[in-house]
Design a protein around this ligand. Structure first.
Ligand code: AMP
Length: 285
């Protein structure tokens, strides 16, 4: 496995693989890898000749008030983990080469980027879509693997790829959770031991919602109210949003039907956590 830092070098290496007819699988990350990330790398390893993992804490997706500076970074450990999973290349570019002075171009997947997490993070998905498109252009993967953990991100990337005719297949993999249900996230390390215990309330609220739906509840207001009640019992938790939306267009759903997404963001102390569940009535209603 090699680590590449330069844009020219990743592009020419990938070109070489493509010309040799190799299938390239790609996983984009911000590093500090955990089993959620590793599940994507494992899947990519199974399905491709060459596996490329990018590690880049992308400044354009953080607002000035957010945690860009303190976001955890641990390239040494990430290299060990990627090697163990059989990745071929880590691409870890420098921000000043990704966004040189005078950089001006951004990708805006409108509407999908303004709802849910986009309401409290208005520029976030513009940064995400931009960096992912840049990475796709450099790596030219056949398939790129994303996590359901960031459900809105996955919807936005799929839409961007469709709208801009980017020749890559997007696969979305299930959320990897801790034993008690907390969705794994690099940001979980910000939590104090007490906050870590309380953070399980997100997945607990989702579990309750799924149970209600299984028992026949279809009114989304009632489901959301119950979820709010569960979360608000925790003093340390402050709800950003709880929404039930259609999976494709992310429009609000009033009565549960077919495929929808229950998504929420909650501040546990100073840490903003997200989680979600897909409801597929045909499968598990
Ligand atoms: P990040 O490093 O947070 O940008 O995440 C990189 C990729 O890993 C994204 O596609 C995430 O959705 C995915 N990911 C992060 N956490 C998890 C998780 N707990 N389970 C599955 N995928 C995840």
């Amino acid at each position: 496995m090699i680590v590449i830092r330069k844009l020219k070098q990743i592009y020419s290496s990938c070109q070489k693989y493509k010309n040799a007819g190799k299938r390239i699988g790609f996983v984009a990350t911000m590093g500090t890898l955990h089993p959620g990330h590793l599940s994507l790398i494992k899947k990519a390893r199974k399905e491709n000749d060459i596996v490329i993992v990018s590690i880049f804490v992308n400044p354009s997706q953080f607002a000035p008030s957010e945690d860009f500076k303190k976001y955890p970074r641990n390239l040494k450990k990430d290299i060990v983990l990627c090697k163990k999973e059989g990745a071929d290349i880590i691409f870890a570019p420098e921000a000043k080469e990704m966004y040189p002075a005078g950089y001006r171009t951004f990708v805006d997947v409108s509407e999908l980027s303004q709802c849910l997490c986009g309401k409290s993070r208005p520029m976030h998905f513009r940064g995400v879509a931009t960096v992912v498109l840049k990475l796709f252009n450099l790596v030219q993967p056949d398939t790129a693997y994303f996590g359901q953990k960031d459900a809105q991100q996955a919807v936005i990337i799929k839409k961007m790829v469709a709208d801009l005719n980017v020749p890559v297949l997007i696969k979305v993999m299930p959320i990897v959770r801790e034993g008690d249900g907390l969705a794994m996230s690099s940001r979980n390390r910000y939590l104090s031991p007490e906050e870590r215990d309380e953070a399980v309330v997100l997945s607990r609220a989702l579990k309750e919602a799924k149970m209600m739906i299984k028992q026949g509840e279809r009114n989304t207001d009632i489901i959301i109210q119950r979820m709010r009640g569960i979360i608000m019992r925790k003093k340390i938790a402050k709800i950003d949003y709880i929404s039930i939306v259609y999976l494709d267009g992310l429009n609000m759903v009033s009565a549960i039907s077919d495929k929808c997404l229950i998504a929420l963001a909650v501040h546990i102390g100073k840490t903003r956590l997200i989680d979600n569940a897909i409801i597929d009535l045909k499968k598990n209603g």
